[in-house]
Design a protein around this ligand. Structure first.
Ligand code: AVI
Length: 400
């Protein structure tokens, strides 16, 4: 069997050679990959079912690199910075939560997941362990597509259940971090000898567009899109609606959607989860400023800011803020932008919405994603909703 250790874009062009299992590569293959793909049409690798017939167990496509190739880097940087400027210009300042996740931010988030006060991860994992067999039984053989796969800890629970049910194993992890994706794929292939993987380095949006355009896989046509961890709670209301419409449009009738949602509960529990006693969430929050310093040549002085998180009971959401401790001016040199902060001025860095099971069930049905099964824990702290894409009703989501 030839292990293809390659990174390819969405047109099938080889982008780079990661170091995974390089010793298993034949020299001949290595030489071919170093060629410029444009000069070698035969080196183009496309997403075709035949790939598996050639013994290829995995492929990683970099949709982000491909989309960057379409816009000049300078333009892209400028576009990226515009959301920072827009947030800092607003009367009530805010910043997009995507800026939490540089390498340090991802590390801190992993630490948060392990904190005693932060119940969502361990509660969801426990529910998943209990329900994975039932999920595998309900869906039958399907491709498991995970949006925001990270280290694929939760995917392993599903994969093991599908393996125990003797279903073929096909996993499509999607993550913006190519490094995390490659590392997790490497591990998974060793753990599951019959697994095939098609990883996508991508945002959710690009990936859902790609999934929507893919013809049915002849061997495993059914798809299960998983969006776990209640990450959907970090979306603004319009992003939430657009996301559900995109998931619905990406799936064909009969396909499945597994959604993890953090449920409404006592305020003291919620606030403790986002104001942990070890200060990890505070560090995670302020790390966003360090990330902006690095990314846009900024001069945020982290000791001049503090973390706070409160529950907004009307909106059913935790709101995480970065508060300015002094009156100060901060420059983001590469954006040619200067922001002023008054003493005690707060900047909204994240919302984390908490859901109601029956309301969410109704909303999902409105996107042709009726809930087939609801799994929850004893205390009803967290919910896992298994939906099945219904046939489209005239004029609702098909054009979205
Ligand atoms: C990623 N997301 C679901 C987390 C949450 O709970 O909203 C992010 C987080 N922010 C602070 N702690 C965890």
């Amino acid at each position: 069997m030839v292990w293809r250790t390659i990174l390819i874009d969405n047109r099938g062009y080889v982008l780079s050679l990661p170091n995974l299992l390089e010793d298993q590569l034949e020299n001949r293959l290595e030489a071919r990959l170093e060629d410029r793909p444009e000069d070698r049409p035969e080196d183009r690798l496309e997403d075709r079912p035949e790939d598996s017939q050639h013994g290829q167990r995995w492929v990683i496509k970099d949709l982000l690199a491909a989309s960057r190739q379409h816009s000049a880097t300078a333009t892209l940087e400028k576009q990226e910075g515009q959301d920072v400027i827009a947030g800092l210009c607003a009367e009530a300042k805010s910043l997009p939560p995507k800026y939490f996740y540089d390498a340090r931010g991802s590390e801190l988030f992993d630490q948060i997941s392990e904190l005693s006060e932060y119940y969502p991860t361990r509660t969801e994992v426990a529910i998943l362990k209990q329900s994975a067999d039932a999920i595998a039984h309900t869906t039958g053989p399907c491709q498991i597509i995970e949006l925001g796969s990270g280290s694929a800890t939760k995917a392993r629970i599903l994969l093991s259940a599908y393996e125990a049910a003797n279903h073929p194993l096909r996993y499509v992890p999607i993550d913006v971090s190519g490094t995390a994706l490659k590392e997790s794929v490497q591990q998974l292939l060793q753990e599951y000898p019959t697994l095939s993987v098609q990883g996508l380095v991508s945002t959710y949006e690009l990936a859902l567009t790609q999934i929507a355009s893919q013809p049915p896989n002849s061997q495993i046509p059914t798809r299960l899109i998983c969006f776990l961890g209640s990450t959907i709670g970090n979306f603004k209301p319009h992003e939430y609606e657009q996301f559900l419409a995109k998931v619905s449009a990406a799936l064909r009738p009969g396909d499945y959607f597994l959604l993890g949602i953090d449920l409404q509960k006592e305020v003291s529990l919620l606030e403790a989860a986002y104001n942990d006693s070890l200060g990890v969430t505070a560090e995670f929050n302020l790390n966003m400023l360090r990330h902006l310093n690095h990314r846009f040549e900024g001069n945020f002085n982290l000791s001049n800011f503090s973390h706070s998180a409160i529950y907004n009971a009307q909106k059913h959401q935790i709101e995480m803020y970065i508060e300015s401790l002094v009156s100060q001016t901060v420059e983001l040199k590469s954006l040619s932008y200067t922001a002023h902060f008054a003493t005690q001025e707060k900047l909204l860095s994240e919302v984390s919405r908490k859901f109601n099971l029956s309301e969410t069930t109704q909303q999902l049905a409105a996107y042709q994603l009726p809930v087939l099964k609801t799994f929850t824990d004893e205390k009803q702290w967290f919910g896992l909703l298994l939906c099945q894409r219904s046939a489209a009703t005239a004029g609702i989501t098909e054009e979205m």
